[in-house]
Write a protein that binds this ligand. Structure first.
Ligand SMILES: Cc1cc2nc3c(=O)[nH]c(=O)nc-3n(C[C@H](O)[C@H](O)[C@H](O)COP(=O)(O)O)c2cc1C
Length: 182
C-alpha cells in the first residue's frame, strides 16, 4: 500500500509539516505500507488563472496529479485560515483538477489532519477541507485529527512531546490503514 503525505502549508517551519511528518513516520512502522512525504514548496503553483492555464500549464500540477494517481491513500495536515481551509491547499487541488486527462482523486482515501497554535487544532478548517475532495469523489476518512497548541507540541527532533497525542495519532492511522485494506 502506497501512502502520500504532505502539508497544506508552504511555510518552512510549518507545524502542519511537522505533524504530517510524524504521521509519515508512523505509517512507515506498518508492515506493507510504503509512505512518501512531499513538500508543496517543491511544487510551486501560481494562483489559479485560466489565462495561465491556456498559455503554459504548470508542470508541478501534472507532477502532483501523477503522484496522487500512483498511491492508494493520502494523508494531509492543513492549517485553518480564518475558520476555513488553507488557500495554498485549495489552489493546489484546483490546479490538479485541471490537469488534462488526469483524474487522480476518485476512490482515493484521504486522512485529514490539522495543526494550529490555537485551542481547536484547525478542525474547523478541516470541515471545509473535506468539501473539494468530496466534490472530486475522493473518500475522506470520517475521523479527523487536530493538534492544538502546535507551537508547543514538538520536540527538537520533530517528535510530539505528548505521548498521549502520539498514541492517539498512531491509533487513528492504524484504523485508517485497516480501512484501506478492506
Ligand atoms: C490569514 C491567517 C488566518 C488564520 N486563521 C486561523 C484560524 O482561523 N484558526 C486557527 O486556529 N489559526 C489561524 N491562523 C493561525 C495559523 O493556524 C498559524 O499561522 C499556523 O501556524 C499555520 O500553519 P503552519 O504552521 O502549518 O504554517 C491564521 C493564520 C493566518 C496567517
Amino acid at each position: 500500500m502506497k501512502v502520500l503525505c504532505f502539508a497544506g502549508s508552504l511555510r518552512q517551519g510549518s507545524y502542519n509539516k511537522k505533524y504530517v511528518r510524524v504521521a509519515h513516520k508512523i505509517l512507515q512502522t506498518f508492515a506493507g505500507v510504503e509512505s512518501e512525504y512531499l513538500d508543496l514548496l517543491d511544487y510551486p503553483l501560481p494562483v489559479y488563472n485560466g489565462d495561465i492555464e491556456s498559455k503554459e500549464f504548470p508542470q508541478a500540477a501534472r507532477q502532483l496529479a501523477a503522484k496522487v494517481k500512483d498511491c492508494d491513500a493520502v494523508v494531509i495536515s492543513s492549517p485553518e485560515n480564518n475558520g476555513a481551509m488553507a488557500a495554498a491547499l485549495k489552489n493546489t487541488i484546483d490546479w490538479m483538477s485541471r490537469v488534462p486527462g488526469e483524474d487522480p482523486w476518485p476512490g482515493k482515501w484521504i486522512l485529514l489532519l490539522g495543526a494550529s497554535p490555537g485551542a481547536l487544532g484547525a478542525v474547523r478548517g478541516l470541515w471545509h477541507t473535506r468539501v473539494p475532495f468530496e466534490a472530486l469523489n475522493a473518500i475522506v476518512y470520517p475521523t479527523m485529527s487536530g493538534l492544538p497548541r502546535a507551537h508547543e507540541a514538538f520536540a527538537a527532533d520533530g517528535a510530539l512531546k505528548d505521548s498521549g497525542a502520539h498514541e492517539r495519532l498512531n491509533t487513528l492511522i492504524g484504523k485508517f490503514v485497516e480501512q484501506i485494506r478492506k
